[in-house]
Ligand binder design. Structure first.
Ligand code: CO
Length: 204
């Protein structure tokens, strides 16, 4: 029931100020998160909860299949604000195994607008077709595609001019690629962290 949500909210708010009466007043004055999370919209991947962060500690951008398309004004606005105004120190692109968006990108069915949105994933699939098609089980093949999609989006973020300019200014900024498992709630670091323009060049 929708009414229950308002009731939950009252309880949550009271719990936050129990023992820390200044909690909301402090946040009202300013936010200073050190992290930008770029993740999937999937309801089973709640950004703050997974990494144990409070309001004010994580700047979040979520869309279907955790994409960072270099022409998407929504993502770019978030990225610029996070890097230039909030000066976050870490950006994590977080995919998840069993991603419906990733599966929908390559199942050949027509769904409409989302097929266009998911186009970059089909490109990633085509780029790695040989390796992917060598994986016999469909689920494992799709899980690998989820990882490859994260690696690709990490490169998109790291090669973006906002990030490149931050590095050129000497700003400390690391871009990470993670994948979350719905089956056990654990995050795996894909060990693709990029912390400078030089590191990105070595990768391409
Ligand atoms: Co997903």
């Amino acid at each position: 029931m929708i009414r229950d949500l308002i009731e939950n909210n009252r309880v949550w708010s009271a719990r936050k100020t129990d023992g820390d009466p200044e909690f909301f007043r402090r946040l009202e004055r300013q936010q200073s998160p050190e992290y930008l999370w770029i993740g999937c919209s999937d309801s089973r991947v709640p950004a703050n909860e997974i990494v144990g962060l409070d309001p004010g500690e994580l700047f979040v951008h979520r869309n279907v299949a955790n994409l960072a398309p270099p022409q998407d004004a929504n993502y770019l606005s978030v990225l610029q604000f996070a890097v230039e105004v909030l000066k976050v120190k870490h950006i994590m692109v977080v995919g998840h195994y069993g991603c419906g968006g990733v599966a929908a990108a390559v199942d050949g069915q027509r769904r409409g607008l989302v097929d266009h949105w998911l186009h970059p994933i089909r490109e990633t699939y085509a780029e790695h077709r040989h390796d992917l098609e060598a994986i016999p089980a469909e689920r494992e093949r799709l899980d690998r595609l989820c990882e490859l999609n994260v690696l690709r989006q990490v490169r998109n973020v790291a090669s973006d001019v906002f990030v490149q300019d931050a590095w050129a200014r000497g700003q400390a900024l690391a871009v990470h690629g993670w994948v979350y498992s719905l089956s056990n709630g654990l995050v795996t670091d894909l060990k693709t962290t990029i912390t400078s323009a030089t590191e990105l060049e070595a990768l391409i």
